[in-house]
Every structure is written in C-alpha cells, then in structure tokens.
Design a protein around this ligand. Structure first.
Ligand code: PLP
Length: 454
C-alpha cells in the first residue's frame, strides 16, 4: 500500500500543473471557461485558470517601461509548465533558486547561461550540480559561502548581494544581503584573495515594495562597489536589481521604472554594464484566479456574533497561504444571482482537519449566504500560491487550466519551447480537469492491525 501511495503522490506531483493542454479561446474569457467548467457540474476539485495573455502583457509592459533591464524571471513565484515555457519563448532569462528549478529550465532547452542561481546560500551539492549543469552565475553574501565557492565552484561569476531596506510587505533583508557599510568591501577583498571573480552586485528590495527610492539606494550602493573594485584594479559588469515590484495592476511599475531608468543613466551611463532584474510576482500574480467549491456550511456564533462558516476544498495548507492586501474572495456567478443580496460575516475554512486551516484570517470576510452548490473565486492568485501548497493530510494541490487567445497562440505555437502536446486536442470549454483522487486499492490479505468492530 505504501509503495502504491508513494508512486501515486509522485505521479500526481509531476502530473499536476503540466498535464493539460492549453485551451485556445475564441470569444471566451478565462472567467467564461471557469463558469462553463463549473456549470456542467463535472469539475469537482479546486482549480486555477491561468491566463497566458495576461502573462504576455506583463512581460511586454515591463520591457517597454525598462528597456535597458533584462528580465530573469524568478520562477519560484509561479513555476507552472506554461508560465515557464512562455517566459522561455519570450527569451527571458531565469532566476533559479534550487537544483530542481535549474533542471526544469534546462529541460526546456534553455541555455544554462540564461540562468542566475540567485540563492546566496547553497549546499556543496547544489554548487556542484549547478556547475556540472553549466550555470555560470550565482550570488553570495557571507565569508562562509565564499569558502564553499572556492572549494566547489571556483570558476563561477559571483554577484555580491547587498541588503536594501524598504517599505515592502515581505522583507527579504532579514535573511539575505550583506551590510553595505560594514561588510561589502571586506567580502570583495576576501573573494579577491581567494582568487574568485566577483562580476556584479545584486540586491532585492523585498517583495511587494512600495518605496521607489529603495531601488535608487540599491543602485547608489552598487555604483560605490563598482568604483571600489575599479580602484582595486578589478572590475564588475552586472547589476541585478532583483524583483519586488507591486503586482496588482499592470501600470504599478510605471513610476518606479522612470526612477530606475533615470538613476541608471546617471549612475551607470556606460552601456557595457549589464542591468538585470528578477521579477516574479509582477509577471504572474494577475494571471490566475483560483476557484474553490463549498464543501459544507454551518451557522455559528463567534464572539457573540452570528457568522456563516464555509468549508472549502482548498485552504491554508493548499494554495491559499498568502494574505496579500489585494486578495479578494467573491461568490462566483451563481445562475440567477440576486444582485443586492445581503452580505454576511463569514469564516472560510480549508479542507484539512487542522483547526488553523483558516483562510484570510485577518480580513473581515463578507459574503452572501452560500450553499454547498456554490463556488468561490479568489482573484490575483498567480504568485506564491500553489507553489506553497503542501500535501498535508494527503490533500492534493489544485490543478490548472491554461487559456490563451488565438492571436497569442499563433505567435507561440511554432516556438521551440512549446511542443504539439501543449496546444493540440483543444479541450471543450467545459471539460473538467483530471481527478486527483487516489486509485481504489483492493487486497485480499492484510497486515495485522487494530480493526473496527462490525
Ligand atoms: N529574486 C530573489 C533573489 C528573490 O528571493 C525573490 C523572491 O523571493 C525574487 C527575485 C522575486 O521577487 P518578487 O516575486 O517580489 O518579484
């Protein structure tokens, strides 16, 4: 039984997110697709609809706003098959943060030189793996890492990761980045004395960063380190401005882009310096909505107040871990929906038996009263959602239906990254995604265990 379950879980893991071909839309929108899947009643499990055109628009807008900055997509944000293929087809580079991510990208036929292994701390095995795979660039932020690099990856091009504080929702500086004032030049000297090549400076202002001046601070400190290296008779050639761009609206980057562009022209006028960024969330957050069905409902009293408790088929241990401020939940278009239906205080529970499996805890959720026939839509769920999903209690991650417009499909279908399997067999708009239920096991002999009385 154990063998069977292991192979089932492994099988599901590789099947999820990759097994379904893309639905080519004619006049439908991604919400029409979800509606059709739900209305037919055959779709039972939670699912994402991934809108490839939205990802395409995001890449194009980023390029337009920051033409000098080359994108290395931070695939940790959304490593679904179609998202990474789209990024590869659009000739982006990749920020990989583990051997598994490197493997996934190389399998697409992308050159290892289009990868930056942007994890400042790595095990010796990870370094050897990346080196043997042909990856040539990585980041570091400590003396201990330099010693490991010397031993396991001495020919790599290093980028020193410096810490930049900011008004970001998800701070990264607590964990990574050396202090510019007190540590950076010592590390540069140490790298030189070990005979290692430091080719650039990297920073990340933190995810969902609202302070545009943080990028300026990062660039100013990068310039100072470039000058330091020049004075020392060495030289650097890459500046990596990381990710962290706000994602809820496409034009959110417009203001910060202008500031970055002017600062680049001022501080790095020499176009021989390569400027790269590692956007994750910005490229993929708005590409996906998540649809969950209502398993059960209960009316309860909490803190002296009546609330509706909704038990859903995805939750905190699945893909609903993040509480982004722009996260919304709505009841998804029930036929004959009454427009002015009263909104009531609601608690949303996930499907596991764990009592902490409560979604959007810190938000006052107001929804119309639901029935177990209803579905809920969570918007803007394309980044850091299913990637975080665990298999707690043997629950499976939601599957994904990818949709594309006919125009974009025509542009992409001959790209080397996409194969015929990606677009062929255009499924019917209402076709359900494959079930993740495990197979039934029938055995006539059993191991000895406690058994329940009849
Ligand atoms: N680059 C690095 C090194 C990161 O750690 C992250 C996120 O954790 C990213 C890029 C992507 O950041 P975001 O999704 O905020 O753009």
């Amino acid at each position: 039984i154990l063998d069977c379950m292991i192979s089932y879980h492994q099988k599901m893991d590789s099947k999820l997110m990759s097994n379904t071909s893309v639905l080519v839309l004619d006049k439908n929108t991604s919400e029409d697709v979800a509606k059709a899947m739900i209305e037919e009643g055959l779709q039972k499990e939670p699912f994402f609809v991934f809108d490839m055109d939205e990802a395409y628009r995001r890449v194009a807008h980023f390029k337009k706003m920051m033409p000098r900055v080359q994108m290395f997509y931070a695939m940790k944000a959304n490593d679904s098959d179609k998202m990474i293929k789209l990024a590869a087809a659009l000739e982006l580079g990749f920020d990989c943060a583990s051997p598994g991510e490197i493997h996934k990208i190389l399998e697409l036929g992308v050159s290892p030189q289009s990868i930056i292994f942007a994890a400042p701390t790595k095990t010796p095995d990870w370094m050897v793996y990346a080196r043997q795979s042909g990856v040539r660039h990585t980041t570091f932020d400590s003396s201990y890492e330099l010693k490991k690099v010397k031993q396991y990856w001495p020919d790599v091009g290093l980028l020193i990761r410096i810490k930049v504080d900011s008004d970001s929702i998800y701070k990264l500086g607590e964990k990574y980045g050396c202090d510019f004032e007190t540590e950076a030049t010592n590390l540069l000297e140490e790298a030189a004395s070990l005979g290692l090549k430091v080719v650039g400076v990297a920073f990340h202002v933190g995810s969902s960063c609202s302070s545009a001046h943080s990028h300026v601070e990062g660039l100013q400190n990068a310039r100072a380190l470039f000058d330091y290296e020049t004075r020392a008779g060495r030289g650097m050639s890459i500046v990596d401005i990381g990710g962290g761009f706000l994602s809820d609206k496409i034009d959110r980057i417009d203001q910060v882009s202008k500031l970055i562009n002017t600062t680049l022209e001022e501080l790095f006028p020499e176009h021989s310096v390569q400027i790269i960024a590692e956007p994750g969330r910005y490229l993929c957050d708005t590409t996906c909505n998540l649809y969950c069905s209502v398993n059960s409902i209960r009316r309860a009293t909490r803190g002296g107040e009546k609330v509706n408790m909704i038990y859903m088929n995805d939750g905190l241990f699945g893909s609903l871990r993040y509480n982004d401020p722009w996260q919304t939940v709505k009841r998804f278009g029930r036929p004959g929906d009454i427009r002015n239906e009263k909104l009531e205080k609601t608690i949303l529970w996930g499907p596991s038996c764990d009592s902490t499996d409560r979604v959007m805890q810190n938000v006052d959720i107001m929804l119309p009263r639901c029935t177990p026939l209803d579905w809920l839509i969570f918007a803007i769920q394309g980044a850091y959602s299913f990637g975080f999903a665990s298999q707690f209690s043997c629950l499976q991650r939601p599957q994904m239906r990818s949709v594309i417009s006919r125009d974009l499909w025509t542009k992409l279908k001959d790209s080397k990254v996409f194969g015929p399997g990606d677009f062929e067999n255009n499924p019917d708009i209402s076709a359900p995604l494959p079930s993740t239920l495990p197979p039934i096991i029938n055995k006539s002999t059993f191991v000895k265990s406690n058994t329940l009385k009849i």
